[in-house]
Design a protein around this ligand. Sequence first.
Ligand SMILES: [Zn+2]
Length: 99
Amino acid sequence: MLNEATQNDAVQSDATPTEVVSDCGCESARAKLYEWLRGELCSEESAPIREHLSNCANCQGEKSVCESLTEVVKRVCEDERADCAPADLRDAILRGLQG
Ligand SMILES: [Zn+2]
């Protein structure tokens, strides 16, 4: 009985994964979050970030915010490059100035 108790103690003190999240802390994960989302990190660099995110709910929330921001920025840039509304508007203004 004594043996069982000590074994249980050992298991309990060892198994506290919620306390020890990861070597990569929130700060370093977030510092590289934007770079990672823009695809500027190689898989070696992004691995610890991905690992940290899978353990850290806070950074997961931060990541989805960054993700939607990155998406919006990307879409705006693509729209401008696609020569749609902004170019038409510019032409109209230029014509108005000349005419
Ligand atoms: Zn974190």
